[in-house]
Design a protein around this ligand. Structure first.
Ligand code: FAD
Length: 485
């Protein structure tokens, strides 16, 4: 007599698009019965924080890679598009599933949605359980002496480190039993996540290999080539000094526990990488801190954490915002960053700080405008890290640099791109100017400009705002809210 297969356990995948160190998948596999992996594209559920253009491109490639990884194990990734709650309920009815497992998200929209979904599942007499795949320290596990959330990074990270090493990562399940019958799945192509007319994703295709294998390869390369010098080179956009793991972390193609333990193993094997490792894990700590802030201050993406900034006299200028977005401000390091972002979906952290400061200070445009542009153009667009970082840049965040500290884009360029190679790569019309003039083309003589084939105002713009004037205007605006608060 052939026993009927038990009903499958549903694993609802979201920002955990990997097989290794995936606690929900691991738990499902351990039951020993059939496993039904599902991904639901729930754009309406995400509201204004539905994935932007670059994230949609990444998501398509990532789901392709994940589907192939499941297929290799004799399993299948089921794709559905629409409101997650009703889709899951349909799947419960269709398959007779008793148990749904997922890894937790921390975005306010996700917490509200997932809580409601869990109650509906329980109301139907079924079970739902969630796990931690995305963070070393979940936001409610780290508390100040008074029992509240942290607002300053250094004591936050100290408290985290005091909690001890995070658990070792889980191995990918070797096999995944298939259910009797696979439910209907949609074709990924039908979701139209990839750009078509025009196809602007060429630079991203060249720069990235989304998916779990791509993440592991990137981590291997970073540990072998750059970890030991990370503390020295991390601010240099002209060299390969950082890990570029941010989009993989955002989509959960790699988890922070995997990174933590790989980095510690390297230090154990090679003491010389200890300093680089400490500083690198501290940056992973900034990601944890961003999630801590978003969880405890859910208005982080829209509202300044420092109330005085609510009435900040921001300017409105479509022309200036466009010049910034297109990399046509006339400040080479700013334009290089904005063009790197547009072409590859990523920008070096030091340059993110420079372009951010330029937007909110020199141009006096609201940080939310920068946040929105980054949301649409970054492959690592992440609600926690993006909004925490923009609040920091805007001077209104929890642990922000004071507003009156205005980055000088020329000095930043000369210091962090000393040979001008980063600017030459992304603003090729300036490539023939010698350094340091490549960071200040308006200081070049007519002969120097001619020699480099540049006509200021034609082949490359003059600065859209004069540095000292922009700085003074920003400080004035800041004085106003200081007086009023
Ligand atoms: P590495 O230097 O190799 O660092 C390793 C990891 O640590 C990163 O992948 C990232 O997960 C984390 N990390 C590093 N710095 C930060 C930081 N300041 N805040 C939070 N996490 C950090 N990061 C995002 O992942 N998504 C965003 O949407 C985002 N928006 C930003 C907006 C602005 C205005 C600024 C200034 C920074 C933003 N960052 C964002 C943080 C940071 O710039 C990127 O995480 C980093 O550049 C990614 O490159 P990497 O992986 O090579 O970083």
């Amino acid at each position: 007599r052939i026993e009927p297969m038990p009903a499958p356990v549903i694993v609802w995948l979201r920002q955990d698009l990997r097989l290794a160190d995936n606690p929900a998948l691991d738990a499902a596999a351990r039951f020993g019965g059939p496993v039904l992996p599902v991904y639901i594209l729930d754009e309406a559920g995400q509201g204004e924080w539905a994935p932007g253009g670059a994230s949609r491109w990444w998501l398509h490639r990532s789901l392709e890679a994940l589907a192939a990884a499941f297929a290799k194990r004799g399993s299948k990734l089921i794709l559905r598009r629409g409101a997650a709650g009703p889709i899951l309920e349909d799947l419960l009815d269709e398959t007779g599933t008793e148990l749904v497992l997922w890894n937790r998200l921390y975005e306010p929209w996700a917490i509200a949605r997932d809580t409601a979904i869990k109650s509906r599942i329980v109301a139907k007499g079924r079970r739902a359980e969630s796990f931690n795949a995305a963070l070393l320290f979940e936001p409610w596990t780290v508390k100040t002496g008074a029992g509240g959330p942290y607002k300053v990074f250094t004591p936050f990270w100290k408290a985290c480190l005091g909690l001890g090493a995070p658990p070792s990562p889980l191995k990918a399940p070797k096999t995944l039993a298939a259910p009797d019958r696979w439910p209907r799945s949609e074709a990924l192509d039908s979701w139209a996540l990839l750009p078509t007319k025009p196809d602007w994703a060429g630079g991203m295709r060249e720069a990235w290999t989304p998916g779990e294998a791509g993440a592991q390869a990137r981590l291997d390369g970073f540990i072998a080539d750059a970890l030991a010098e990370y503390h020295v080179m991390r601010d240099r956009p002209d060299v390969e000094g950082v890990s570029r793991l941010s989009p993989y972390l955002h989509f959960g193609e790699i988890g922070p526990r995997q990174i933590w333990h790989r980095v510690q193993a390297r230090v154990a094997a090679e003491q010389a990488s200890a300093k680089g490792a400490e500083v690198y894990l501290k940056e992973i700590g900034w990601r944890e801190f961003s999630y801590h802030l978003l969880f405890h201050f859910p208005s982080l993406p829209t509202t300044p954490l420092q109330a005085a900034f609510a009435d900040f006299p921001w300017r409105e200028s479509v022309a200036d915002l466009k010049a910034w977005q297109r990399g046509l401000t006339g400040y080479p390091i700013v334009d290089a960053g904005m063009r790197q972002l547009w072409a590859t979906g990523w920008m070096h952290n030091r340059v993110r700080m420079i372009v951010g400061s330029f937007l909110v200070k020199h141009l006096l445009l609201p940080w939310q405008a920068g946040e929105a542009w980054f949301w649409n153009t970054l492959v690592d667009a992440d609600l926690a890290s993006n909004s925490a970082s923009w609040q920091w840049i805007g001077g209104c965040g929890a642990d922000a640099a004071p507003y009156f500290r205005v980055f000088n884009p020329m000095l930043q360029g000369e210091k962090f791109d000393p040979k001008g190679e980063y600017v030459a790569r992304w603003v090729p019309e300036l490539a023939d100017l010698p350094t340091p003039l490549i960071h200040t083309p308006w200081k070049a003589t007519e002969i120097e400009l001619k020699g480099a084939g540049i006509v200021l105002g034609k082949t490359y713009p003059r600065p859209i705002v004069e540095h000292e004037g922009g700085r003074a205007r920003a400080l004035n605006a800041f004085q106003k809210i200081r007086k009023e608060s």
